[in-house]
Design a protein around this ligand. Structure first.
Ligand code: ADE
Length: 255
Protein backbone atom coordinates (compact mmCIF):
# COMPACT_ATOMS: atom_id res chain seq x y z
CA UNK A 1 0.00 0.00 0.00
CA UNK A 2 1.49 3.42 -0.86
CA UNK A 3 1.05 6.35 1.52
CA UNK A 4 -1.73 7.94 -0.60
CA UNK A 5 -3.86 4.83 -0.49
CA UNK A 6 -6.76 4.73 1.91
CA UNK A 7 -6.44 1.80 4.36
CA UNK A 8 -9.32 -0.68 3.99
CA UNK A 9 -9.17 -3.84 6.10
CA UNK A 10 -11.01 -7.01 5.13
CA UNK A 11 -12.15 -9.00 8.16
CA UNK A 12 -13.11 -12.61 7.45
CA UNK A 13 -14.70 -14.96 9.96
CA UNK A 14 -14.82 -18.75 9.84
CA UNK A 15 -18.28 -19.06 11.41
CA UNK A 16 -21.46 -17.03 10.71
CA UNK A 17 -21.89 -16.65 14.51
CA UNK A 18 -18.53 -14.86 14.72
CA UNK A 19 -19.32 -12.44 11.92
CA UNK A 20 -22.83 -11.59 13.22
CA UNK A 21 -21.31 -10.34 16.44
CA UNK A 22 -19.01 -7.92 14.58
CA UNK A 23 -21.77 -6.30 12.44
CA UNK A 24 -23.20 -4.13 15.28
CA UNK A 25 -19.71 -2.64 15.78
CA UNK A 26 -19.68 -1.19 12.23
CA UNK A 27 -20.66 2.47 11.67
CA UNK A 28 -22.07 3.68 8.30
CA UNK A 29 -23.05 0.08 7.64
CA UNK A 30 -23.79 -1.03 4.08
CA UNK A 31 -24.70 -4.55 2.99
CA UNK A 32 -23.87 -6.11 -0.40
CA UNK A 33 -24.47 -9.55 -1.91
CA UNK A 34 -21.81 -10.73 -4.38
CA UNK A 35 -21.06 -14.30 -5.50
CA UNK A 36 -23.59 -15.75 -3.05
CA UNK A 37 -21.83 -14.08 -0.14
CA UNK A 38 -22.86 -11.15 2.08
CA UNK A 39 -20.31 -8.34 2.62
CA UNK A 40 -20.74 -5.59 5.21
CA UNK A 41 -18.79 -2.37 4.72
CA UNK A 42 -18.36 0.66 6.94
CA UNK A 43 -15.97 1.84 9.64
CA UNK A 44 -14.89 0.60 13.04
CA UNK A 45 -13.33 3.39 15.09
CA UNK A 46 -12.83 5.44 11.86
CA UNK A 47 -10.98 2.59 10.11
CA UNK A 48 -12.64 1.40 6.87
CA UNK A 49 -13.56 -2.28 7.01
CA UNK A 50 -15.31 -4.92 4.93
CA UNK A 51 -16.58 -7.89 6.94
CA UNK A 52 -17.74 -11.27 5.60
CA UNK A 53 -18.35 -14.87 6.58
CA UNK A 54 -15.59 -16.64 4.58
CA UNK A 55 -17.62 -19.86 4.10
CA UNK A 56 -15.87 -23.13 4.85
CA UNK A 57 -12.91 -24.69 3.12
CA UNK A 58 -10.02 -23.39 1.05
CA UNK A 59 -11.87 -22.74 -2.22
CA UNK A 60 -14.82 -20.97 -0.57
CA UNK A 61 -12.54 -18.73 1.49
CA UNK A 62 -10.40 -17.89 -1.58
CA UNK A 63 -13.50 -16.68 -3.43
CA UNK A 64 -14.48 -14.46 -0.50
CA UNK A 65 -10.95 -13.04 -0.23
CA UNK A 66 -10.78 -12.35 -3.97
CA UNK A 67 -14.06 -10.41 -3.92
CA UNK A 68 -12.77 -8.39 -0.97
CA UNK A 69 -9.61 -7.46 -2.86
CA UNK A 70 -11.01 -6.96 -6.37
CA UNK A 71 -14.42 -5.47 -5.64
CA UNK A 72 -13.97 -3.73 -2.28
CA UNK A 73 -10.27 -2.86 -2.76
CA UNK A 74 -9.22 -4.02 0.70
CA UNK A 75 -5.45 -3.67 1.15
CA UNK A 76 -5.09 -5.90 4.20
CA UNK A 77 -6.96 -9.03 5.35
CA UNK A 78 -7.40 -10.33 8.90
CA UNK A 79 -8.95 -13.78 9.28
CA UNK A 80 -10.35 -14.80 12.67
CA UNK A 81 -12.02 -18.00 13.75
CA UNK A 82 -11.75 -21.30 15.55
CA UNK A 83 -9.10 -24.02 15.13
CA UNK A 84 -8.24 -27.49 16.36
CA UNK A 85 -5.20 -27.62 18.69
CA UNK A 86 -2.29 -29.79 17.56
CA UNK A 87 0.59 -28.92 19.93
CA UNK A 88 0.26 -30.63 23.32
CA UNK A 89 0.61 -27.43 25.33
CA UNK A 90 -2.44 -25.77 23.75
CA UNK A 91 -5.77 -25.71 25.60
CA UNK A 92 -9.29 -24.93 24.45
CA UNK A 93 -9.69 -21.14 24.60
CA UNK A 94 -6.05 -20.28 23.79
CA UNK A 95 -5.43 -17.73 21.00
CA UNK A 96 -2.90 -18.37 18.21
CA UNK A 97 -1.55 -15.65 15.91
CA UNK A 98 -0.35 -17.35 12.72
CA UNK A 99 3.25 -17.11 11.51
CA UNK A 100 3.92 -19.65 8.71
CA UNK A 101 0.72 -21.03 7.19
CA UNK A 102 0.77 -24.46 5.49
CA UNK A 103 -1.73 -26.23 3.23
CA UNK A 104 -1.50 -29.65 4.86
CA UNK A 105 -3.44 -31.38 2.08
CA UNK A 106 -1.24 -30.02 -0.75
CA UNK A 107 0.78 -32.96 -2.05
CA UNK A 108 2.15 -32.98 -5.61
CA UNK A 109 4.81 -35.59 -4.85
CA UNK A 110 6.89 -36.82 -6.63
CA UNK A 111 6.81 -33.67 -8.78
CA UNK A 112 7.23 -31.32 -5.79
CA UNK A 113 7.97 -31.64 -2.08
CA UNK A 114 5.04 -32.43 0.18
CA UNK A 115 3.15 -29.18 1.04
CA UNK A 116 4.90 -27.18 -1.72
CA UNK A 117 2.45 -24.79 -3.38
CA UNK A 118 2.80 -25.28 -7.15
CA UNK A 119 4.49 -22.46 -9.07
CA UNK A 120 5.44 -20.54 -5.94
CA UNK A 121 8.39 -22.59 -4.64
CA UNK A 122 6.91 -22.12 -1.18
CA UNK A 123 6.18 -24.71 1.50
CA UNK A 124 4.08 -22.18 3.42
CA UNK A 125 2.95 -18.55 3.29
CA UNK A 126 4.25 -16.11 5.90
CA UNK A 127 1.87 -13.82 7.71
CA UNK A 128 2.93 -10.17 7.74
CA UNK A 129 5.68 -9.86 10.38
CA UNK A 130 4.85 -6.26 11.37
CA UNK A 131 1.17 -7.06 11.83
CA UNK A 132 2.03 -10.15 13.90
CA UNK A 133 3.88 -7.93 16.39
CA UNK A 134 1.28 -5.19 16.28
CA UNK A 135 -1.67 -7.51 16.81
CA UNK A 136 0.20 -9.53 19.43
CA UNK A 137 0.71 -6.30 21.39
CA UNK A 138 -2.90 -5.21 20.97
CA UNK A 139 -4.29 -8.57 22.05
CA UNK A 140 -1.91 -9.14 24.93
CA UNK A 141 -2.38 -5.59 26.24
CA UNK A 142 -6.10 -5.46 26.09
CA UNK A 143 -7.16 -9.04 26.64
CA UNK A 144 -4.46 -10.99 28.38
CA UNK A 145 -3.04 -8.26 30.61
CA UNK A 146 -5.45 -5.44 31.22
CA UNK A 147 -9.10 -6.11 30.61
CA UNK A 148 -9.92 -9.51 31.97
CA UNK A 149 -11.62 -11.92 29.63
CA UNK A 150 -15.35 -11.71 29.05
CA UNK A 151 -16.80 -13.40 32.17
CA UNK A 152 -18.97 -15.76 30.14
CA UNK A 153 -15.86 -17.03 28.34
CA UNK A 154 -14.00 -17.65 31.59
CA UNK A 155 -17.04 -19.33 33.20
CA UNK A 156 -17.42 -21.58 30.19
CA UNK A 157 -13.72 -22.53 30.10
CA UNK A 158 -13.82 -23.26 33.85
CA UNK A 159 -16.91 -25.44 33.35
CA UNK A 160 -14.95 -27.59 30.87
CA UNK A 161 -11.88 -27.57 33.15
CA UNK A 162 -9.64 -25.46 30.91
CA UNK A 163 -7.10 -22.98 32.32
CA UNK A 164 -7.11 -19.19 31.78
CA UNK A 165 -6.40 -18.59 28.05
CA UNK A 166 -2.88 -17.91 26.75
CA UNK A 167 -1.71 -16.13 23.59
CA UNK A 168 0.79 -17.73 21.16
CA UNK A 169 2.48 -16.91 17.86
CA UNK A 170 3.19 -19.92 15.64
CA UNK A 171 2.52 -22.10 12.64
CA UNK A 172 -0.96 -23.04 11.45
CA UNK A 173 -2.03 -25.51 8.76
CA UNK A 174 -5.19 -25.50 6.65
CA UNK A 175 -6.84 -28.31 4.71
CA UNK A 176 -10.27 -29.33 3.46
CA UNK A 177 -10.68 -31.69 6.37
CA UNK A 178 -12.11 -31.44 9.90
CA UNK A 179 -9.44 -33.23 11.95
CA UNK A 180 -11.06 -35.43 14.57
CA UNK A 181 -8.84 -38.49 14.70
CA UNK A 182 -5.81 -38.93 16.88
CA UNK A 183 -3.81 -40.81 14.22
CA UNK A 184 -4.32 -38.03 11.63
CA UNK A 185 -3.26 -35.48 14.25
CA UNK A 186 -0.15 -37.51 15.10
CA UNK A 187 0.90 -37.71 11.43
CA UNK A 188 0.46 -33.95 10.99
CA UNK A 189 2.55 -33.32 14.09
CA UNK A 190 5.34 -35.51 12.79
CA UNK A 191 5.30 -33.90 9.32
CA UNK A 192 5.19 -30.30 10.64
CA UNK A 193 6.78 -30.33 14.12
CA UNK A 194 6.26 -26.56 14.62
CA UNK A 195 2.51 -26.81 14.03
CA UNK A 196 0.27 -25.29 16.70
CA UNK A 197 -3.20 -25.78 15.22
CA UNK A 198 -5.29 -26.69 12.17
CA UNK A 199 -8.24 -25.13 10.42
CA UNK A 200 -9.78 -25.07 6.95
CA UNK A 201 -9.26 -21.66 5.32
CA UNK A 202 -6.27 -19.61 6.48
CA UNK A 203 -3.62 -20.86 4.06
CA UNK A 204 -5.92 -20.35 1.08
CA UNK A 205 -6.52 -16.70 2.02
CA UNK A 206 -2.78 -16.38 2.71
CA UNK A 207 -2.14 -17.53 -0.88
CA UNK A 208 -4.63 -15.02 -2.32
CA UNK A 209 -3.00 -12.22 -0.30
CA UNK A 210 0.45 -13.38 -1.42
CA UNK A 211 -0.61 -13.22 -5.10
CA UNK A 212 -2.12 -9.74 -4.66
CA UNK A 213 0.78 -8.60 -2.44
CA UNK A 214 -1.25 -7.45 0.52
CA UNK A 215 -0.57 -8.21 4.22
CA UNK A 216 -2.40 -11.13 5.75
CA UNK A 217 -2.99 -11.93 9.42
CA UNK A 218 -4.51 -15.09 10.86
CA UNK A 219 -5.84 -15.20 14.42
CA UNK A 220 -7.35 -18.46 15.62
CA UNK A 221 -8.97 -19.57 18.86
CA UNK A 222 -8.64 -23.20 19.94
CA UNK A 223 -12.13 -24.77 19.99
CA UNK A 224 -11.09 -28.43 20.25
CA UNK A 225 -8.00 -30.61 20.32
CA UNK A 226 -8.31 -32.12 16.82
CA UNK A 227 -8.90 -35.55 18.37
CA UNK A 228 -11.74 -37.99 18.90
CA UNK A 229 -13.63 -35.49 21.15
CA UNK A 230 -13.44 -32.72 18.57
CA UNK A 231 -16.93 -32.90 17.14
CA UNK A 232 -18.57 -32.36 20.55
CA UNK A 233 -15.97 -29.84 21.80
CA UNK A 234 -16.17 -27.81 18.58
CA UNK A 235 -19.98 -27.64 18.57
CA UNK A 236 -20.15 -26.67 22.24
CA UNK A 237 -17.49 -23.98 21.75
CA UNK A 238 -19.31 -22.47 18.77
CA UNK A 239 -22.68 -22.52 20.56
CA UNK A 240 -21.32 -21.00 23.77
CA UNK A 241 -18.40 -18.63 23.23
CA UNK A 242 -17.04 -18.35 19.65
CA UNK A 243 -18.96 -15.14 18.94
CA UNK A 244 -17.83 -13.60 22.26
CA UNK A 245 -14.22 -14.26 21.33
CA UNK A 246 -14.51 -12.62 17.91
CA UNK A 247 -16.16 -9.57 19.45
CA UNK A 248 -13.37 -9.33 22.03
CA UNK A 249 -10.67 -9.69 19.37
CA UNK A 250 -12.11 -6.97 17.14
CA UNK A 251 -12.34 -4.68 20.18
CA UNK A 252 -8.69 -5.43 20.98
CA UNK A 253 -7.55 -4.72 17.40
CA UNK A 254 -9.66 -1.68 16.59
CA UNK A 255 -10.85 0.09 19.74
N1 ADE B 1 -11.59 -25.82 13.06
C1 ADE B 1 -11.85 -25.99 14.37
N2 ADE B 1 -11.51 -27.23 14.77
C2 ADE B 1 -11.01 -27.85 13.69
C3 ADE B 1 -10.50 -29.14 13.45
N3 ADE B 1 -10.45 -30.05 14.43
N4 ADE B 1 -10.10 -29.47 12.20
C4 ADE B 1 -10.17 -28.55 11.21
N5 ADE B 1 -10.65 -27.32 11.36
C5 ADE B 1 -11.06 -26.96 12.59
Amino acid sequence: MNSNQHRIIGIMGAMPEEVEEIIPMIQNLQKFEIGNRIFYSGTINHISVVVAFAKWGKVAASITASVMILHFKVNEIIFTGVAGGIADHLNIGDIVIGKNIYQHDMDARPLLQQFEIPLTGKLFFECDAEKINLYHNFISNSIINKISFDKEIIDYLESIKQPYPKLYIGDIASGDQFIHDYSVKKTLKEKIPTLLCVEMEGAAVAQVCHEYKIPFSLIRIISDNANNDSIIDFQKFVENIASKYSCMLIQALFL
